[in-house]
Ligand binder design. Structure first.
Ligand code: ZN
Length: 131
């Protein structure tokens, strides 16, 4: 079967869970396994206050592919078409803060509104502790 494969893509997986994590810049589009992982992690659009279900979202590169962003789950988040467009047009800005500032909550996003006000959204599968 391996000899008949047309192409190979390296896929980095979590050694403990087997969750697909990264294919870097070898491919723009996340694999089906990565998309399923994002669906489980994010569940809905990750824009502040939006609850469109994951099935109605697109996988967005938080750091845009054209700006050197990678196709890794720590650089991807689910956004509905409307909010994907707001981010792409630069009206709202987002960055993943989980890897640098909160390694225990991968997929945590910090959003900056046009007013400069900041909002944080958390992945569905790993909610923050109560305050
Ligand atoms: Zn949305």
């Amino acid at each position: 079967m391996a000899a008949q494969a047309a192409t190979w893509s390296q896929l980095t997986v979590d050694p403990g869970t087997g969750a697909p994590l990264a294919i870097s810049r070898r491919r723009y589009t996340p694999t089906a396994a990565m998309r399923r992982f994002l669906g489980a992690r994010d569940a809905t659009c990750r824009f502040p206050g939006c609850d469109k279900p994951g099935a109605a979202t697109e996988a967005d590169h938080t750091t845009e592919w054209s700006q050197g962003g990678t196709t890794d789950t720590d650089n991807l988040a689910l956004l509905c078409r409307q909010h994907h467009r707001l981010k792409t047009l630069g009206h709202w800005k987002a960055r993943q803060i989980s890897t640098a500032e909160s390694p225990s909550l991968p997929g945590t996003l910090e959003w900056t509104a046009p007013s400069g006000r900041k909002y944080v959204t958390y992945p569905d599968a790993d909610l923050p502790p109560p305050f």
